[in-house]
Design a protein around this ligand. Structure first.
Ligand code: FUB
Ligand code: ZN
Length: 646
């Protein structure tokens, strides 16, 4: 008897569709026990997460909760009405970590802070230290900037994580009381609720869907649907910035503040998953296509503008002023994963891979102690650092510290985003060393990806009667691959690939092996010609990794004068000595000697009127391109992803 998807096990993670959800796929249970992501997650567990409470203490976040709980005296600390969310995101991250390793002292720290949060909650369920302490308890009067529901959303997500990971009810009780309070306040005109309104920063919507999934309380799902659909009706003044210009169902491209837009879209995908709302699903698919075609940086980074942290216009993708907030990369992964599960399509996991390995991972230093809030694709020679949160230099913490604990929670919950199951079998979306399991099958994988392209899978257990399908995502960047399984061998010319999925259907037995070899030849990538900022440039990529030049690897001058010669081959150099062990790509280039003039008469490429003065040959220089995600881990200097070819 084939089992229904609802019989699949519930792995512990942030998204748990209900048994009746209209989803193509459900998250599988994954453990990562070696390789690239294991190492980065180990740093998260060993360094970043344990430092959280001290950082939250010195930034005043915990002090504010103590004040609200009547356990301390003094002034509110912090510059923003949403500083509570740093605590909640850290709690969520710690909870996912506890799901893997319930050891002390993390568990004790979590319970200490959970108790503090509970003590700060008001008797009617409301909780926001800024409004309780600074605004005299006046609530919901500044929905555009106040972030009260945004904070509630992060609290609810932390509570769901805590409950799933530890089985403990304390934080979930706090979250439910707050959600019940919100439900008693917000609703359509005529509903008897006092406020018809939305929060300027979406977040509560996904959280409410997940609270519904955790508790079975339908009111929370309905409330999430209300909030999503009330965007775009002018309740906040009709601005694109907070997704209030046009209803999501009618929107044609992503717009406004990137993180806000992406969290809202993640909620729309959740709602479509739980309710079967096809209009909402189509809107999400349409907007995702528009975003990837017109508003996504090569690194997967999103949000072109420093000004208002905004998506910007189609093809407006600057380099040195790229915003690409780390939180936007995280929100993108969250949204794409929901769409991957909902639709079963591999392209969403292609973007997840690009984002994880590049735009996301650059947000944290190799030692796990320093962060980037914005992730530019270029730092110019002679760059004068403005300092502050939007600096192009790594920082220990931020005044607006939204990104670091967000990185922590994604790394801690990363196994959740890697594989799925359905009635047909198991789908491997991302390649790691570890095990991938549904309730019927368990497969082990060994790999040194992304440095090497071989992934060896071994079926460890299967209780399925008869054949089932092992589906492997063939990354969209991959031009050549081979796969061997028993007597079968395919390459890209004859493999059974269906919309990005290599489908291997067999009556699998324990011990059966599949070896996938993805070609990792380095390649040059050009951008859509409408992206003026990089016209005439190429970027170096290898596998899922975007590469960049850093000044420290190119002594004798800056990077603004460098030109890459695309006619010369690219070479691969494994460098165990460099940046914790990376693979570099070596290219041939020149360092131009340009006159300091600013502009000069135009000549065509074949022009004869002084072209040599305009474009001297320059000295040959060997270009060393490191993976973008490890930039800014050595001395400060210039950096660039897109390289001119002439
Ligand atoms: O407004 C809360 C968070 O702060 C946003 O998600 C980030 O973009 C930053 O503005
Ligand atoms: Zn952020």
């Amino acid at each position: 008897m084939p089992r229904t998807p609802s019989a699949l096990p519930f792995p512990i993670g942030p998204i748990r569709p209900t048994p009746g959800a209209r989803t193509a796929l459900r998250p599988a249970a994954v453990t990562i026990d070696g390789g690239f992501w294991h190492d980065r997650r180990a740093t998260n567990a060993r360094v970043s997460l344990p430092q959280g409470p001290d950082l939250l203490e010195s930034a005043g976040n915990l002090h504010n909760l103590r004040l609200a709980a009547g356990r301390a005296e003094g002034e509110f600390q912090g510059a923003y009405p949403f500083v509570d969310t740093d605590v909640y995101k850290w709690l969520e991250a710690a909870a996912w970590q506890l799901a893997e390793d319930s050891g002390e002292p993390l568990a004790a720290e979590v319970e200490r802070i959970v108790a503090l949060v509970a003590a700060a909650q008001q008797p009617d369920g409301y909780l926001n230290t800024w409004f309780q302490l600074v605004k005299g308890g006046v609530r919901y009067q500044d929905l555009r900037w106040g972030h009260e529901l945004y904070c509630a959303g992060h609290l609810i997500q932390a509570a769901v994580a805590h409950h799933r990971a530890t089985g403990r009810p304390e934080l979930l009780d706090v979250a439910r009381r707050f959600a019940d309070h919100i439900d008693s306040v917000f609703g359509l005109p005529g509903s008897g609720k006092p406020i018809d309104g939305i929060d300027g920063h979406p977040e509560v919507e996904t959280a409410l869907v997940e609270l519904y999934r955790e508790t079975g309380e339908r009111r929370y799902l309905d409330l999430a649907g209300y909030f999503v659909d009330r965007h775009g009706h002018g309740l906040l003044g009709g601005e694109a910035y907070c997704q209030d210009r046009v209803p999501l169902r009618a929107a044609t491209n992503v717009e406004g503040h990137a993180v806000r837009q992406l969290y809202l879209l993640a909620a729309a995908a959740d709602l479509a998953t739980e309710t079967g709302d096809d209009e909402l699903r189509s809107a999400g698919e349409r907007l995702w296509r528009a975003m990837t075609a017109t508003k996504t940086h090569l690194t997967g980074g999103l949000g072109a503008h420093h000004d208002r942290e905004d998506f910007g216009d189609p093809y407006e993708l600057p380099n040195e002023r790229a915003y690409c907030e780390t939180c936007a990369a995280i929100a993108s992964v969250q949204w794409s994963w929901r769409l991957a599960l909902l639709t079963g399509e591999a392209r969403y996991s292609d973007l997840i891979e690009r984002t994880l390995f590049n735009g996301f991972l650059a947000g944290v230093s190799l030692d796990g102690e320093r962060w980037l809030y914005v992730n530019p694709l270029q730092v110019r020679d002679g760059h004068t650092d403005s300092g502050g949160d939007q600096s192009a230099r790594r920082t220990r913490w931020f005044r607006c510290a939204c990104c670091p604990p967000n990185v922590m929670r994604l790394l801690a919950s990363l196994p959740h985003y890697l594989a799925s199951g359905d009635e047909q079998g198991l789908q491997i979306h991302q390649f790691v060393t570890g095990t991938y399991a549904t309730d019927r099958v368990r497969v082990r994988a060994e790999t040194d990806y992304p440095w090497h392209g071989t992934v060896a899978f071994t079926v460890e257990e299967t209780s399925a009667d008869g054949p089932w399908t092992l589906s492997l995502r063939i990354p969209q960047w991959c031009r050549e691959f081979r796969v061997r399984s028993g007597a079968d061998a395919y390459d890209q010319s004859d493999a059974p690939v269906d919309h990005g999925w290599l489908r291997l259907t067999r009556a699998w037995e324990p011990g059966d092996r599949v070896v996938l070899e993805l070609g990792l030849e380095p390649r040059l990538t050009a951008a859509d010609p409408r992206v003026d900022a990089v016209r005439g440039c190429v970027a170096i990529e290898r596998g899922p990794l975007v590469h960049c030049l850093e000044q420290v690897d190119h002594p004798g001058g800056g990077l603004d004068d460098i030109v890459l010669d695309p006619s010369r081959p690219l070479a691969v150099k494994h460098r165990p000595d460099l940046l914790g062990g990376v693979t570099t790509v070596v290219a041939a280039g020149r360092r131009r000697r340009l006159p300091d003039r600013g502009w000069w008469p135009y000549t065509s490429a074949s022009g004869t009127d002084g072209g040599s003065d305009r474009e001297p040959d320059g000295e040959p220089v060997e270009l060393t391109a490191i993976p973008y995600h490890v930039w800014a881990n050595r001395e400060d200097g210039s950096m660039r992803v897109w390289l001119p070819t002439s």
